[in-house]
Design a protein around this ligand. Sequence first.
Ligand SMILES: [Zn+2]
Length: 411
Amino acid sequence: MLREAAQPELVRQINSATLLSLIEAKSTVSRAELARLSGLSRATVSNIVETFLELDLVHEKGIGDSRGGRPPVLLAFNPYAWYAVGAELVDSDWMLVLVDLRGQVRKSLSVAINTNRPEDAVGAFVDGYYRILDGFSKPVLPGVGLGVPGLVDGKIGVIRSAADLGWVDVPVRKLLEAKLGVSVYVINRHKAAGLVEVSYGGGVGSRNLVYIGIGTGVAAALFFEGQMLQGANSSAGELGHVTVEPNGRPCPCGNHGCLQQYVSGPAMAARARELIRSGNRSILEEMNTGNLQLISGKSVCEAAEAGDSLSLRVIQEAAEYLGIAIANLVNVLNPDTVVLGGPIGANSGALLLKPLERTLRKRSMSHPLRALNLIHSTMGNEAGARGAAALVLARKSELIFGVEEASSLRQ
Ligand SMILES: [Zn+2]
């Protein structure tokens, strides 16, 4: 229990975090209302608000209605007082963003990583970090958020395994904190994109949401009653490795018939190649100048958009498998929203939705299906980096005042 007399500084920090959250949640609020909402004395509120004004975190914005006596001065949160850096590792690049306190992107840049070695990825990030801050004069929170591929233990900031990169037990947080001297928060990149969806995208207001990121692999961010599920050891959401075909294609995880062997970019490209080699015609051949190895998940989506029947068939098949996995989630979790995201999910989202809805009607129970809103993400290619930055924003009071605040974005 806190002893106020013994720890006045800590109590002040906690009160600061509480008051800032209250101001942020309202468009405007008076000191008297803050005292009423927080249970703190008027004197304490005025004193802390004075500090917020000095730090530029809060602005005085107009005069409220009088309830007898002098009308109150209204306070408003200033989202441009501090900024935060977030980044996503996509293929062989870092996408970095600098966001304001409301998570809006102020600046972004992409930095290439030369090799698959973790040291090179860390070096490229450090380079990008200093470049994005170069010439930026506003205060920046002393923390960075990183969205990375693979199985991530967010509590200790370690990538347990990232099959595409060949990484096992890479201590990203430790490596970067040593170089940057700021706090580093690490999360799976699709989970980061899921955070963006619930914070700023189609999932705002949703309590039970499943975000499915489809790119080189498939992963989900599961939100239950507004909180992201982490699981016993941080691996909840590995939707790409649920079995959809008992004797299906082998997967590097050791299983057969995993979802991502049918639905990811590489899997859809492989299926298109297979169909072309067995004599089917497709504009994918011209698009890739006859070199079938150049076909990617993205080009399959583009060809499907242009009406290519082979590509549409590949997407339809993928939708069937994805539908099986989502139907199971609908029956088990009863989500109100499922968002398809990631490079493939967002690009082919509209094409996937129709066949997906058909499969869901066939395979989900009708009661939970009635509650479901199935959409595709419109958050764009900065979603993962913005979501990673949201991890930093969720800790702004801790980073500014030195104490934790309650937040659904913690992991
Ligand atoms: Zn697998």
